[in-house]
Design a protein around this ligand. Structure first.
Ligand code: FPP
Length: 252
């Protein structure tokens, strides 16, 4: 009964969405898995597992309501500092997630893209990622960008190196480097900047996510731990977004 009420509430919230004011690109810092687990006396990996469940719902809803890009901070360049057991657990979870979900994601026309340097990931994870990216490469629905071994600073350094190489090879002139050129060297090339950045768990910081790309993103924070984040929360964030006045440094 409660589930049905929740469902109809979600449906009502979806109907109320103004399709013209939908963010085209939503980026999410999925934080709070560890604290969610701790509160339940569970190992941290149980929090990450529950986080994957939350992810499933958010991807489905984003796809249903017509969001074009969803970028998820799954593993940062700093996350290697965590205990080896947790890192291993997260990598295994990624492999399991892709194996289990890729068929349905593909059926739902979702296109998987990775941002970050995945060459440092375990080979099993790399091969599963390659399969997922290849299988979904022609899909035209929701673009899901998974940030893996990603950091905003390393994204910028990676771009600078690419630019330097092209300058040295005479393929690019220094005077032609502008913001648009620079964007093309980032892991997010071809992807519009996020309109809305969501962070869960009550922390209000960026943690080295998409530093260049969020210059004019609207920020939305919630105290909810990521495993408890539902489609209703996502829709609430989108409703809030539609009332923001975005001026991009101008006057209206
Ligand atoms: C932050 O919570 C979360 C992460 C570092 C990993 C996010 C990963 C998932 C949601 C699941 C795996 C993703 C895929 C694509 C399979 P935290 O551990 O920092 O939480 P805490 O701050 O409460 O300790």
């Amino acid at each position: 009964m409660l589930k049905n009420i929740m469902k109809s509430n979600k449906e009502k919230m979806i109907v109320d969405l103004d399709k013209d004011k939908l963010p085209k690109h939503i980026a999410i810092i999925m934080d709070g898995n560890g604290r969610w687990a701790k509160k339940r006396n569970l190992p941290r990996i149980a929090g990450h597992r529950a986080g994957v469940e939350a992810l499933r719902g958010v991807i489905k809803t984003s796809s249903d309501i017509g969001i074009k890009y969803l970028t998820l901070y799954a593993f940062s360049t700093e996350n290697w500092k965590r205990p080896a057991e947790e890192v291993k657990g997260l990598m295994e979870l990624l492999v399991l997630y892709l194996r289990k979900e890729i068929g349905e994601l593909h059926n739902n026309n979702v296109k998987i893209n990775i941002i970050g340097d995945i060459s440092k990931l375990p080979s099993k994870a790399i091969s599963e990622i390659d399969k997922a990216v290849n299988l979904t490469s022609n899909n035209k629905g929701l673009n899901v960008n998974i940030a893996l071994n990603y950091g905003g600073k390393s994204d910028i350094i990676h771009a600078v190196k690419g630019i330097c190489e092209n300058v040295l090879d005479n393929n690019l002139q220094i005077e032609d480097i502008c913001e648009d050129t620079f964007s093309k060297y980032l892991y997010t090339r071809g992807i519009p900047d996020p309109d809305l950045l969501i962070r869960t768990s009550g922390e209000q910081r960026i943690s080295n996510f998409l530093l260049w790309q969020i210059a004019y993103s609207e920020l939305w924070f919630t105290k909810v731990y990521w495993p408890d984040f539902t489609s209703e929360h996502l829709i609430e964030a989108i409703h809030d977004f539609k009332h923001r006045k975005r001026r991009f440094g101008g006057l209206k």
